[in-house]
Design a protein around this ligand. Structure first.
Ligand code: CMP
Length: 141
């Protein structure tokens, strides 16, 4: 089942020069890029993206971090792309993330963890509409 998912290469990934290495992992897996943009977001946009986390104790720090510099937003497309990208990214906490994953290989943090990916097809549809309103969340369009 071909899907699309929203992926963020967070400001730490851009600052550390890991954009190309992370994209190469998705491409090597056989996934494609349907949209991609380098941008800086403000606090209001962060609140919309992370709507379900607004009340979490970690959210103020996450908001400061995600708005701190340029990030790369992209829509990744391919077979079961939601699950595939989350498997490639690894667990949220870089220490717990398995070696061989993006976070397991490159992060020791549970917050500066390089990447975000939609956690379900429903989240993907919402997040793609927020970040790329002109793009159809359905593959191949
Ligand atoms: P992300 O996939 O972008 O979705 C929510 C983000 O919140 C997550 O990655 C982490 O960056 C951050 N996060 C989740 N849990 C914690 C935590 N316990 N402490 C700090 N940040 C967290």
């Amino acid at each position: 089942m071909t899907q699309r998912t929203l992926v963020l290469l967070k400001p730490d990934a851009v600052e550390r020069g890991l954009v190309g290495a992370i994209l190469a992992r998705y491409e090597a897996k056989g996934l494609g890029i349907a949209a991609m943009d380098l941008r800086v977001i403000d606090g209001d946009f962060s609140d919309r993206h992370y709507a379900e986390h607004l009340e979490q104790p970690f959210y103020p720090g996450l908001r400061t971090f995600i708005t701190s510099g340029p990030l790369v937003a992209l829509v990744v497309e391919g077979e079961r792309a939601v699950e595939a990208v989350r498997a490639l990214n690894g667990a949220t906490d870089g220490i717990k993330a398995a070696p061989g994953t993006v976070r397991g290989d490159h992060s020791t943090s549970g917050s500066r963890n390089l990447v975000h990916a939609s956690d379900s097809p429903e989240s993907a549809a919402r997040e793609i509409a927020l970040w790329f309103p002109a793009l159809d969340p359905t593959p191949g369009r």
